[in-house]
Design a protein around this ligand. Sequence first.
Ligand code: COA
Length: 332
Amino acid sequence: MADTSVAGNIPASGRRSRIAGVGGYLPEKIVTNADLTRIVDTSDEWITARTGIKQRHLAGSHETAAFMGAQAAAAALAQAGVAAASVDAIILATATPDEAFPATAVRVQALLGITTGFAFDISAACSGFIYALSVADSLIRGGTASRVLVIGSEVYSRILDWQDRTTCVLFGDGAGAVLLQAAPAGGAGILSTHLHANGAYGDMLYVDGAVGQRDRPGTVVMKGQEVFRHAVSKLSAAVDEALEANGLTHADIDWLVPHQANLRIIDAMGRRLSLPPERVVITVDRHANTSAASVPLALAEAVNDGRIQPGHLVLMEALGGGLTWGSALARF
Ligand code: COA
């Protein structure tokens, strides 16, 4: 995957962006479903049957969104063979930033030893990575940047109500990153991104507080069944939209890299696309839902273990609080 071409030399008129490196970071501590039965009234059978989740990684005190994001970003840079100093921008999607400001992306920038360019966070819950990828792709195609680190990094363990069995069993912590860089139009790269939001559904999945609300940091609140229904219908429409926009069909897709919220939603999407299960990248069993980190973590796993190969067409999709949702289609 190493790319030694000088991304900045490709004129804006003939550019697209391509994923030149991927990386992931998972906290050391693993918590199984059986472990959770000691905290809330639940069972491995219930969690497995309803979600497909068997375990999740939970962050230690030093494993913040910035720390994990920097680890994942460093791995993506190393895979791309790109020096940190040549990165033009860092876009980090998170709902669990280290601080209200500076942006966690700026903390990552410092951890990577980068002192130039720009860095900012994106808040779009579980769709955050797709949103960040879309913005980064636009910056590269428009000529504003040539190399952008796109990161999803989350520590949901800090915003969960550990007494609420309906939410605390569903999430995990982690970070994933890609290095997106300018590439000649017509070759490998991001073919399209499509973003959506509808705030009318804001109360379906949200955190009931924030640092701006004194004494109310907030925890995750979710109407699970309603989110489930919207996830299947909206993501199905998003997938059709992405394929139509590129004149492609379900049969053209080599890999589906879906947001990892629930195995039943993922299975429904795979069936909708007529993709055999072995063409769908699944990490939810081991990572649970890592929100904005879930798609780049799954992508990194499938690239690193050799499943995703040069030339493959990869469809990424996600839905999250907002509601926000979207897709990204990439040729590797
Ligand atoms: N362990 C055991 N029982 C549990 C439980 C748990 N962790 N959580 C809920 N239950 C119980 C409920 O209390 C309910 O019991 P009752 O029938 O006695 O009231 C029963 O299980 C069924 O709950 P329900 O909410 O109807 O289950 P479900 O089949 O809808 O599954 C979700 C719940 C959350 C797994 C499912 O709705 C879901 O995955 N939704 C989408 C969530 C999602 O994708 N969120 C992230 C989007 S980014």
